[in-house]
Design a protein around this ligand. Structure first.
Ligand code: ADP
Ligand code: MG
Length: 213
């Protein structure tokens, strides 16, 4: 099975729905260790993305992701806009030459995209950022597929790893982004960006799993 254009579009719209539903929660998390706008930022960005991807004619998954990237970069003012923009841009670049997007292609694209986010934000694991959800998710996906798991199962493992990764940020002290200004006081709070990244991995599982569309 491969990831179709419609499934990629469903992935983006499920992410938008999740962000809209949890906008207040994400903003609350950002109020504790940032400036309280993560939910607002992501909601604004994804609301702008939705009509653009809905208006896209049936094309390639790569073009769709590039549209998402450009829209996020131009509409989200906070740190998260360019970082999610980088993620989607790299997904698009990686999948550009693919005629069909197989599970292995998705996994490789995600791995490269997470590396691009890390390099753009100069964030390492345990810096208490979105990387702490994205990296374990991409690793769980890759190792699941390498072990011969079905795509559905690997997507589920990626979602769970992202969820655990977001929870694991709670005791961490932030070393990147606004939360790092708080130093040790950033500990004891879940990172908002890691939380939205978990939602992203959940949307991927919902959209790409067999039988969903
Ligand atoms: P801002 O911090 O500009 O207000 P947001 O509130 O939208 O932007 O996003 C904050 C989130 O962005 C953080 O919770 C963190 O996950 C992520 N983030 C911030 N800086 C970095 C970075 N350098 N690398 C990776 N992620 C980062
Ligand atoms: Mg913020």
């Amino acid at each position: 099975m491969s990831v179709t254009f419609e499934q990629a579009r469903a992935f983006v719209s499920k992410f938008q729905e999740a962000i809209a539903a949890d906008k207040e929660y994400l903003t609350e998390l950002d109020s504790a260790i940032g400036d309280g706008d993560h939910g607002i930022n992501m909601d604004r960005g994804m609301r702008a993305v939705l009509p653009k991807v809905e208006a896209l004619p049936n094309g390639t998954v790569a073009d769709l992701f590039r549209t998402v990237a450009m829209t996020l970069i131009s509409t989200v003012g906070g740190a998260s806009g360019p970082l999610y923009g980088t993620l989607f841009l790299q997904l698009g670049t990686n999948l550009k030459a693919k005629e069909s997007v197989e599970p292995q292609d998705w996994s490789e694209a995600l791995t490269t995209a997470v590396a691009a986010v890390m390099s753009r934000g100069r964030a390492e694991p345990r810096d208490k950022t979105m990387v702490d959800a994205l990296l374990p998710a991409s690793q769980a996906l890759a190792s699941g597929l390498a072990a011969g798991d079905e795509f559905d199962m690997a997507l589920q493992a990626a979602e769970e790893a992202a969820h655990q990764g977001a929870l694991d940020t709670i005791p961490m002290v932030a070393h990147r982004g606004r939360a790092s200004y708080l130093g040790d006081r950033s500990a004891g709070h879940q990172d908002p960006g890691a939380t939205s990244s978990w939602m992203l991995m959940r949307a991927a599982r919902e959209a790409f799993a067999t039988g969903s569309n």
